[in-house]
Design a protein around this ligand. Structure first.
Ligand SMILES: Nc1nc2c(ncn2[C@@H]2O[C@H](COP(=O)(O)OP(=O)(O)OP(=O)(O)O)[C@@H](O)[C@H]2O)c(=O)[nH]1
Ligand SMILES: [Mg+2]
Length: 243
């Protein structure tokens, strides 16, 4: 893979231990649950000492950072993926002076930081109960393409939040399936990058009940395994042992 060198510094293989890291970026309309999903992934609720009223969190006016670590095994190899989460503000354009940062401000300021410039997973976030936030994913993907966030090794997750609001869900599975094809073609036409449909995931979560969060963790993990060609790395390493 041509870009392998670019991210090869983000992975270490020592004996049977593989450790890797990379950027996971959340984009999407304001109020779709980007901050809450990232906090849930990072197990915010269990790490915090004082109970925090999660409802008091306001819309983001900055780039937010978080991380989560996932352990797994492939054959005898212990794999540790450390996902660096970057949550973009959902406010479009630029903020008024003194109002903090909107999307364009944050991207200008932060996107030269290398861990964020190597995005292994781009999470297009929408609210399942608000079809407009789903339709707006085209806008967010467009912005991501303009800023070169999607590379050959980037997987995409189409993430629907508010899964707990079952009776108000407006975005259907058919919508989501066609969005996958739309995303694939959009990236192909714009950048000539042919993302396999296997690397375009759809996940639904509730940040209230935590339903679906494990699916999201798994999709992020799989995107890391693909980006670093970990299966191939293991096969090559196994072969070396016999030389
Ligand atoms: N019922 C329900 N509410 C949710 C869920 N996820 C987020 N919320 C609520 O939706 C609102 C917005 O969530 P945030 O995480 O702040 O949204 P954001 O995408 O970070 O918004 P910006 O920072 O403005 O871009 C909050 O009031 C959350 O409590 C969910 O899965 N279910
Ligand atoms: Mg936020």
């Amino acid at each position: 893979m041509a870009n392998e060198n670019k991210i090869s510094k983000l992975i270490r293989l020592r004996e049977s231990k593989i450790t890797c890291t990379g950027g996971v970026v959340f984009i999407g309309d304001g109020n779709t649950g980007k901050t809450h999903t990232a906090l849930n992934l990072a197990s915010f609720k269990t790490r915090i000492i004082q109970p925090v009223n999660i409802e008091t969190l306001k819309k983001s006016v900055n780039l937010e950072f978080n991380y989560f670590i996932f352990h797994s095994n492939i054959e005898e190899y212990k794999i540790t993926t450390s996902s660096q989460l970057f949550i973009m503000p959902g406010q479009k354009g630029r903020a008024e002076a003194g109002e903090g940062l909107a999307f364009e401000d944050a991207i200008d300021l932060y996107f030269d930081v290398s861990s964020i410039s190597e995005v292994l997973t781009l999470i297009l976030t929408f609210d399942l109960t608000d079809i407009k936030t789903f339709q707006e994913l085209e806008y967010w993907l467009d912005r991501a393409m303009q800023r070169d966030i999607v590379k050959e090794y980037t997987s995409i997750i189409i993430l629907g939040t508010h899964l707990d609001c079952k009776e108000n869900i407006m975005v259907t599975d058919e919508h989501i399936e066609s969005a996958k094809v739309f995303v694939k073609n959009f990236i192909l036409n714009r950048k000539g990058i042919d993302v396999s449909l296997n690397n375009i995931y759809s996940v639904k979560v509730s940040n209230v009940s935590d339903e679906g969060l494990d699916d999201l963790k798994n999709a992020i993990y799989k995107s890391f395994v693909t980006a670093f060609s970990i299966q191939q790395l293991i096969a090559e390493n196994n072969n070396l042992k016999f030389l």
